[in-house]
Write a protein that binds this ligand. Sequence first.
Ligand SMILES: Nc1ncnc2c1ncn2[C@@H]1O[C@H](COP(=O)(O)OP(=O)(O)OP(=O)(O)O)[C@@H](O)[C@H]1O
Ligand SMILES: [Mg+2]
Length: 258
Amino acid sequence: MNILIKKFRIKSFKEEKPIIDLKDLSIHYGNRQIVEGLNLSIQKSEICGLLGPNGAGKSSIYHCIIGLVKPSYGKIFINGIDVTDIPTHKRCSKFGISWVPQYGGSWADLTVFENLLAIAELHIKNKEQRVTKINNLIRKFELQNVIKLKSKYLSGGQVRKLTLAMAMVKDTKILILDEPFAALDPQSVRMIQQIIVSLQMFERISVSISDHSSRDLLSCVDNAMVLSEGKIVAKGTPQELVNNTKAIQAYFGEGFKI
Ligand SMILES: Nc1ncnc2c1ncn2[C@@H]1O[C@H](COP(=O)(O)OP(=O)(O)OP(=O)(O)O)[C@@H](O)[C@H]1O
Ligand SMILES: [Mg+2]
């Protein structure tokens, strides 16, 4: 494990109340039950990983948290407030939620700069501050060479960096990252890990990450959980999780090491 990414792991959080609390959550699509009676909480300033096999329901859980999918049963609390019936735009602005979707997330016919500007115009009133913020993000995510390129002509990794940058335009308190490392080269993965950890350290934001690059995920989270067959079957620190029999059976497989 690359200890430089996360020099310390927070094992107990000062604030008792979780920032995200899913209580007895069930998700159905038609007759298919995807998630059943799920209880999951993320503490304030925690970086928490959500692992699980393809189709386990990780993205669906994220869609429920931000309000794109309505749970068939159960409640979603953010900062102790029941948000189950609050629409997406109100939920995300009231609680400072930013989401990077697993797929897409940018406008194909807008350039990198225009994509960032479209989000910035919603959140930053002052024109100078808007441009400064965009330029800082372009530098931070190393997108200088593609500022004028339409999103549809970017490489897979460049799109990922753009959508991550778009999620960071507004002041965020909760960051939800659905496969942020997909398509990124190793140095870019490291750059994103460092950004995530520094957001936790300096801005105290809470982060939930789902990704199949398990080692990359485990090297930058405090805790993680494994979702399988609609339920959380294991949770703990990265070291605890990779030694957990249920996590090995449901997700990692024998011989997985970090
Ligand atoms: N809108 C939808 N309508 C019907 N079924 C859906 C819908 N969205 C997801 N599903 C189904 O729900 C299940 C869970 O999908 P989801 O995308 O949440 O899984 P995941 O854990 O994110 O998987 P992956 O690791 O492949 O991203 C899948 O079987 C999928 O086909
Ligand atoms: Mg998914």
